[in-house]
Design a protein around this ligand. Structure first.
Ligand code: PMP
Length: 388
C-alpha cells in the first residue's frame, strides 16, 4: 500500500524520485566544492529555463511570494506608477505588494475567468508614466493564461518594465523572456520546476538590472535586495563562494537535478507534453458535463484546469469523495467564485496515467454524489483527446 494520495493540486506537485533523493542526501557545507558546482550549474540552468541568455538568475530560499516581493522591492521607488494586468487572486496580491513599496497602482481587470483585452491594456499604458507593468502568466485562482508575448510587447512599446509572475507557468508554459521582452520573471520550486517548496527562482533582464542600479533610494526590503544577492549569484556561477544568507543546500541540490531533467526533456517537448495532458484533462472534464472557469480555450492554462462543479452537485461533498478515491485536488481560490469550482494541477513530471487516475477519481466521486452521467465518459474523452 502506498498509503498516500496522488497529489494533483497546482503545487506542490508529485516529484521525481531522483529529485527527492537529492533532497535526502547528507547536507554539505554551502562552501563545499560539490555544492559550489551544483549551485553554479543550477544558476546556469535557471537562465536557460527562463529563456533569457543575458539575464541574471537569483535562486533564493523562500516561496513564490518572495519572487513577487523581490521584483517589486527592487524595481519600485515611492511614487512610481505601476500597472497590474489582473486576472485574479495573484494580481490582487502583487498590487498590494507594489503599494507596500510605495507605488501608485492601477489595475486593468477582467471578470473571473476572463482576460483584459490588449486594447484595454494599451489604453491604460497610453495614459502614460508607468514604470512597471505586471502580468500573471497563469493566475492559479482562475486557470487563465495571459497573452504574455502580446502584453510584454505593449509594455516595451510604452516604456514600462515588464514583470511576469510565472509561478504557475515557468517550465510548463512557454515563457521566452528575451524574445518577448519580459524584464523580470519568477517562479517557485514547488510547481512545474518540480522541487519541493522552499525556493524562489527569479531572473532579471538587463533593463531591470539597469533600473535597479539607477535607484535613488535603497530597495525597500533588506532580504530581497538584489544588491545583497548579486555578488553571491555571480560568485557561485563563477564556481567561487560568497555569503549573504545561507543557501538552502538540499533544495539547491534537488533543483539542479530537476533542472537537468527539464533540459534533458527539452523545453519545447516539455511544453508540448503539458499541452497534451491538459487537453486530455479538459476533454475529460467537458465530457462529464462540467464547465471551466476560463471563458475560452484560448485563455486556458496548460499547467492546471479549473472545472466548475456540475449542477446538482454540492461542491463541498465532491472533493472529499475524490480524495477518498485516491486523488487530492484543490478547492476554489478566487473570492468571487470560491465555492463554484475546484482546481486540478497537472505540471512537472505529470503523466497520462496521472491524468486518467484523476479523471477516474472524479468520476467515482461524481457517482458517489448521485450525479447522473455515463460512467467512463470522462476517461474515454481524455484518452481520445490525448491520442488525437
Ligand atoms: N503567484 C502565483 C501565480 C501562484 O500560483 C502562487 C502560489 N500558488 C504564488 C504567486 C505564490 O507562491 P507561494 O505560495 O509559493 O508563495
Amino acid at each position: 500500500m502506498k498509503n498516500r494520495n496522488l497529489l494533483m493540486i497546482p503545487g506542490p506537485i508529485e516529484f521525481d524520485p531522483a529529485v527527492l533523493s537529492a533532497m535526502g542526501a547528507p547536507t554539505t557545507s554551502h562552501l563545499a566544492p560539490n555544492f559550489v558546482e551544483a549551485f553554479g550549474q543550477a544558476l546556469e540552468r535557471t537562465r536557460q529555463i527562463f529563456q533569457c541568455p543575458d539575464g541574471q538568475p537569483f535562486v533564493l530560499a523562500g516561496t513564490g511570494t518572495l519572487g513577487m516581493d523581490a521584483a517589486c522591492a527592487n524595481l519600485v521607488e515611492p511614487g512610481d506608477r505601476a500597472l497590474v494586468v489582473n486576472t485574479g487572486y495573484f494580481g490582487d496580491r502583487i498590487g498590494v505588494i507594489l503599494e507596500r513599496y510605495g507605488a501608485q497602482v492601477t489595475h486593468v481587470k477582467a471578470a473571473p475567468g476572463g482576460h483584459p483585452g490588449l486594447d484595454e491594456v494599451e489604453t491604460a499604458l497610453k495614459a502614460g508614466g508607468y514604470k512597471v507593468m505586471t502580468v500573471t502568466h497563469v493566475d492559479t485562482s482562475t486557470g487563465v493564461l495571459a497573452d504574455l508575448a502580446g502584453l510584454a510587447a505593449l509594455g516595451q512599446r510604452y516604456g514600462a518594465l515588464v514583470v511576469a509572475d510565472g509561478v504557475c507557468s515557468v517550465a510548463g508554459e512557454d515563457l521566452r523572456m528575451s524574445e518577448w521582452g519580459v524584464d523580470v520573471a519568477f517562479t517557485a520550486s514547488q510547481k512545474a520546476v518540480g522541487v519541493p517548496p522552499g525556493l524562489a527562482l527569479l531572473v532579471a533582464g538587463p533593463r531591470a538590472l539597469a533600473a535597479f542600479k539607477a535607484r535613488k533610494t535603497p530597495a525597500g526590503s533588506y532580504y530581497a535586495d538584489w544588491g545583497n544577492w548579486l555578488p553571491v549569484m555571480e560568485a557561485y556561477e563563477a564556481r567561487k563562494t560568497a555569503y549573504f544568507g545561507t543557501p538552502a543546500v538540499n533544495l539547491v541540490f534537488a533543483l539542479n537535478v530537476s533542472l537537468g531533467q527539464i533540459l534533458q526533456e527539452g523545453l519545447q517537448a516539455r511544453f508540448a507534453r503539458h499541452a497534451r495532458i491538459s487537453r486530455a484533462v479538459k476533454a475529460g472534464i467537458a465530457a462529464l458535463g462540467m464547465g471551466q472557469v476560463p471563458l475560452s480555450d484560448a485563455i486556458a492554462a496548460h499547467t492546471m484546469t479549473a472545472p466548475r462543479f456540475p449542477a446538482g452537485v454540492n461542491g463541498a461533498d465532491l472533493l472529499p469523495q475524490v480524495s477518498q478515491a485516491g486523488v487530492t485536488l484543490a478547492g476554489g481560490l478566487h473570492a468571487a467564485i470560491k465555492n463554484e469550482y475546484f482546481r486540478i494541477g497537472h505540471m512537472g513530471a505529470v503523466s497520462l496515467g496521472d491524468a486518467l487516475a484523476t479523471i477516474g477519481a472524479i468520476e467515482t466521486a461524481l457517482a458517489a454524489c448521485g450525479y447522473a452521467f455515463q460512467p467512463g465518459a470522462g476517461l474515454a474523452a481524455a484518452q481520445k483527446a490525448y491520442l488525437a
